[in-house]
Design a protein. Structure first.
Length: 687
């Protein structure tokens, strides 16, 4: 998990909280970080807060780094009523003269106490001071060198803690008697120690409580040892609300940038680039005449503009000064169509997209990009274009950027949820007049959309629906899609159930109660008893059992609608889609049938209902099993119908049954491929 440092507690900047503690670190940082919340909840202020941090670093830790910091600072704080002896500052006194530097553990101990190396004085272990020093280093860390020093000190402290635990365990073996002896343990060999304030002949008070506390401290220190550094930070690109792509005539400086720096006390730092759009002319000139990397970045940006707004045509963007050198303008050309069109003659939406995305395309690899309300003056369609570029543009993905986007737009939020990008959503709420609470939405897209006041009529929770006859069909399709996606690989579009698509179980013959025709009219008496499926979801894929009855499918197959697909299973029921090898595994592994009979039963015609086929062919311990449902016209008995569906789902999700085995069934392969293309077309590729 990635974390960024957002507060230095020594500067009294406790504006942001997680739970009851000030948020010194913000975790769950992903490639795309969306910040949402009510007005006046410090979202925009938070972006500027990141900029004002003296040192921006990305930490890695498999836990809650904020919680670890506060645990480190509080673990040795004496609780009300705790015995004084347990919470004394000094825990051990060591004689360092006999430490063996060739012993790697004792060498680290001597390194920890290096300030008194070579002295005959006893050095004292102060855990409280040691942990406080580590906490201070963590929140003030500025360079990779300082992180290395932190790591070294944590490692040395871990050795000292282990030594202290061994000593107190030695006391435990003698019921707390303080015997200043040289231990026979190789780790402690020839080590002389003392307990500050305790006579060697006396008992150590509260030694059991101290030993327990030492073990808790060790857990804390081991956690500190697991902290790492993420990808090196290169630059911050800040795109504020105060921005425009229009050149303000006669203005020789970026007045917006000057205003923002002054009003918000932002630093003059070459690692921070405030992009208001007023310097667009200069950025284009520098990119066109810069390094090879600059030119590659700008070429990728021109390609994006051409692909997005001009049907893939080659676009040429230039910064041009007028003949009298008084005015500077940006022009766009399309070879053979538009020549030297001023950017101001383009739509405001295109201008806004260009002003925001050019700094991102030309950013240094590994930069952080902070964007304040990108939806301002941007049509919803262009909002989608913008977020799709951040989430899916190949050139931008290779740059390894991290985005922090403050938004009120449900279009941006929903498109981010639909994308394949690594996404995290942070919700800001006012704690009081001086502070805000930050919460992480852990995959709960529905509550996020509700929090923004999004209705199904404004953003469909699921962009398409898969209609199936019942629960077993749903289990099969979940498994088939999972296997198919794993086969396609990590780079393929990966839809999410409940967001990109949802299942509807229509219960067999009940399908006749729905109208899927685009020309549905409630005034038509023949349709009075039907439900218009369009108002459930406009994009529908229906899968039905064939039942060897062509007539029942004809009305649905005749529907000609771009957002409607109807397919049947080819065989009588969905179980007929399974290849014989899967049935063999089910009967052997799940039902524990007699293996010598199974191979004969697996040779079947897919036009026959499998209950009727398997009846009389499947045995367990020599006893024939009842496979066919009573008066079920050849259908599987429910125990086996439900059993094979659960078995397939479980085995596929555990990757014990893979797509190459499933696609041996041609009807299964074709149906799953069609379903995947339908979902993709209504979510990602069709946009």
């Amino acid at each position: 998990m990635n974390f960024i440092r957002i507060t230095n507690p020594d500067k009294n900047e406790q504006e942001y909280f997680q739970g009851n503690d000030p948020a010194l670190f913000l975790g769950d940082i992903n490639e795309l970080n969306i910040i949402v919340g009510a007005n006046n909840s410090r979202k925009s202020r938070f972006l500027r807060h990141i900029i004002r941090q003296e040192h921006q670093m990305l930490f890695t830790y498999n836990g809650d780094l904020n919680q670890l910091y506060w645990q480190t600072s509080r673990i040795l704080v004496r609780p009300a009523g705790g015995p004084d002896e347990v919470w004394e500052n000094k825990w051990l006194a060591l004689s360092l003269d006999n430490l063996n530097e060739t012993n790697i553990h004792q060498g680290k101990i001597k390194s920890y106490f290096h300030r008194k190396a070579g002295s005959n004085d006893l050095d004292a272990l102060s855990l409280r001071v040691a942990l406080q020093n580590l906490g201070d280093q963590l929140i003030n860390m500025a360079t990779h060198e300082s992180f290395q020093a932190f790591e070294d000190q944590v490692t040395e402290l871990a050795e000292v803690i282990n030594m202290a635990i061994m000593i107190y365990q030695h006391l435990a073996r003698h019921d707390g008697k303080h015997m200043n002896v040289s231990s026979g343990d190789e780790f402690l060999y020839s080590l002389r120690y003392g307990i500050p304030g305790v006579n060697p002949a006396a008992y150590v008070p509260c030694w059991t409580e101290r030993l327990t506390l030492l073990k808790e401290v060790r857990i804390c220190v081991e956690a500190l040892q697991s902290i790492g550094l993420g990808r090196e930070f290169k630059q911050i690109i800040y795109i504020p609300v105060l921005r425009t792509a229009r050149r303000l005539e006669g203005l020789k400086e970026d007045l917006f940038q000057t205003t923002i720096k002054k009003q918000y006390h932002l630093p003059d730092d070459n690692k921070v680039s405030i992009e208001t759009g007023l310097a667009l002319y200069e950025k284009i000139g520098l990119a066109r005449n810069g390094s090879r990397e600059d030119i590659r970045n700008f070429n990728a940006f021109e390609k994006f503009v051409g692909d997005t707004f001009y049907q893939g045509q080659e676009v040429h963007i230039v910064a041009r000064r007028s003949h009298n050198a008084a005015n500077e303008h940006i022009h766009i050309s399309l070879p053979g169509e538009l020549e030297d069109i001023s950017i101001h003659d383009l739509g405001d939406g295109v201008q806004s997209i260009i002003a925001m995305l050019l700094p991102i395309f030309t950013a240094r690899d590994g930069s952080w990009v902070l964007i304040d309300e990108p939806e301002d003056h941007l049509h919803p369609g262009y909002q989608l274009i913008f977020i799709q570029a951040l989430a899916a543009n190949e050139h931008l993905l290779k740059k390894g950027l991290k985005y922090f986007i403050n938004t009120h737009s449900n279009h941006i939020l929903s498109e981010a949820l639909l994308s394949n990008a690594g996404l995290e959503i942070f919700v800001f709420n006012r704690k009081d007049e001086k502070a805000s609470l930050i919460k992480t939405i852990n995959g709960n897209e529905h509550s996020t959309l509700e929090m923004l006041g999004v209705l199904n009529t404004s953003v469909l929770i699921s962009n398409c629906t898969l209609w199936v006859e019942g629960i077993t069909d749903r289990l099969y399709l979940k498994a088939f899609l999972f296997a198919y996606l794993n086969h396609l690989g990590a780079e393929c579009y990966r839809p999410k159930e409940g967001l990109n698509y949802a299942f509807i179980e229509y219960g067999g013959k009940n399908l006749a109660h729905y109208s899927f025709d685009e020309d549905f009219s409630p005034e038509d008496e023949s349709l009075l008893e039907k439900i218009d499926s369009y108002f459930l979801n406009s994009n529908v894929f229906v899968l039905a059992d064939h039942d060897m009855n062509d007539e029942k499918h004809e009305p649905f197959l005749a529907i000609n609608r771009n957002n409607f697909r109807y397919r049947h299973t080819v065989g009588p029921e969905i179980e007929n889609l399974l290849p014989p090898s899967v049935w063999g595994k089910y009967f052997l592994e799940e039902v524990s049938c007699d293996p010598e009979k199974i191979s004969e039963a697996l040779d079947f015609d897919n036009k026959i209902k499998l209950g009727a086929h398997f009846q009389g062919k499947i045995f367990k311990k020599g006893v024939e099993l009842k496979i066919e449902k009573l008066q079920g016209n050849g259908t599987l008995e429910y125990r086996y119908k439900r059993g094979i569906a659960g078995f397939v789902h479980r085995k596929v999700m555990a990757k014990e049954i893979l797509w190459p085995e499933l696609e041996a069934s041609e009807p299964l392969r074709n149906i799953v491929g069609e379903i995947y293309q339908f979902i993709a077309g209504k979510n990602y590729k069709g946009r």
